[in-house]
Design a protein around this ligand. Structure first.
Ligand code: NAP
Length: 334
């Protein structure tokens, strides 16, 4: 089995992908930076990361990554702050450092974990083959990830590296990190649903009822990334990872039923002036702030290429309908 380096191995995707690769029999090395008073090896042990550990701060020189002999690198390290204060520093770690890691390791295969959000504010069907089409962004994070894709394509072509770009939608479930926005929103409901003062309250989520809701279980995303990193059919490809058959209305209706909270529904804002929000809505919308722009557009991430590789491997994107949706909601509720 090829030796694989996973950067960002302490993060949500990095640790899940490292585990999925190790379970599939790959020899894994986890790149981990030290924390004050905590060497990388201790952090890795505390998290139960598989394989060997290489200690490296990716902003502090990449000497530790030279001559590692990794045939494959899965690059998951990033500054994932959605509204970063220092956007130049974010672009440096997310784009410039990603390209530097590719050059330093020069593997046969480099898997870059990008994001479906490189589509920016576009609506409609987004193809996996599309990259920079002059789209606008709501966050410097999204912009830095597209910049990374462009730099990596240039350097991979120059070095003859098989570059694979995966673009997951928001991962939910047991991410090992702080709960994501949808999980926190879900957990707000039992807190308020039983209180008489909220019993008749509106809880309108500004969105588009029949638009897909872009969520995917983290375990499936990690398994798909591990598979795409090794499958010969994935060479040179770009892949959307999404479970696109779940609509916004289906998801929020399932939550409303689960918590007997009829005031919860998707409401399409009319006109430029939003209607006055209840206090509960202000609180709930603050939890979803990072996703409100995405909820406002009808967008489909075309994932035909991803499915063409994943279907034969038994990793078809999970369908979140009927009982599966109820299990998914239960899992979010914790
Ligand atoms: N999670 C999602 O829902 C989602 C969805 C779509 C795309 N993505 C993309 O997937 C990638 C990984 O996301 P994530 O959610 O796993 O992020 P995360 O949980 O925030 O993890 C980020 C990782 O990067 C590491 N890192 C940051 N700066 C570093 C540095 N200077 N040196 C070494 N390591 C450094 C962090 O290490 P420390 O632990 O030391 O800080 C951590 O391991 C990102 O590019 C993100 O945009 C994520």
């Amino acid at each position: 089995m090829a030796k694989t380096l996973v950067t960002g191995a302490t993060g949500c995707f990095g640790r899940a992908v490292a585990r999925a690769l190790a379970q599939a029999g790959h020899l894994v090395t986890c790149a981990v930076r030290a924390r004050p008073g905590q060497p990388a090896a201790d952090r890795a042990a505390a998290l139960g990361l598989p394989g060997e550990v290489v200690e490296v701060d990716l902003l502090g020189g990449l000497g530790a990554l030279h001559h590692g002999g990794w045939a494959r690198v899965v690059h998951a390290a990033a500054d994932t702050t959605y509204f970063a204060h220092d956007t130049r520093a974010q672009r440096r770690i997310n784009a410039d450092v990603a390209a530097a890691v590719l050059r330093a390791t020069s593997p046969r295969t480099f898997v870059f974990i990008s994001t479906a959000e490189v589509a920016g504010t576009r609506s409609g069907r987004i193809l996996e083959a599309e990259g920079d089409v002059g789209q606008r962004f709501t966050s410097a994070l999204q912009e830095s990830k597209l910049a990374a894709e462009l730099l990596l394509r240039r350097d991979a072509a120059a070095l003859g590296v098989d570059l694979r770009i995966v673009r997951p939608v928001t991962a939910v479930g047991d991410t090992g990190s702080a709960p994501d926005a949808f999980t926190r929103f879900t957990r707000l409901l039992p807190e308020v649903a039983w209180q008489p003062r909220y019993a008749r309250s509106h809880l309108r989520v500004p969105g588009v009822k029949d638009a897909p809701l872009h969520l995917a279980p983290v375990e499936w995303v990690a398994a798909a990334i591990a598979a795409l990193s090794a499958a010969p059919a994935a060479a040179g490809g770009t892949f959307h990872l999404t479970t696109a058959d779940l609509t916004q209305d289906q998801f929020f209706t399932a939550l409303a039923e689960r918590y007997s909270f009829p005031g919860l529904r998707v409401a399409q804002p009319r006109g430029a002036r939003p209607s006055a929000r209840t206090r509960l809505e202000a609180r709930a919308h603050a939890l979803l702030a990072r996703h409100l722009d995405e909820l406002a557009v009808h967008r489909i991430y075309d994932d035909r290429h991803a499915r063409s590789v994943l279907d034969p491997l038994g990793l078809t994107p999970p369908s979140l309908h009927g009982p599966a949706l109820h299990r998914f909601v239960d899992a979010l509720a914790g």
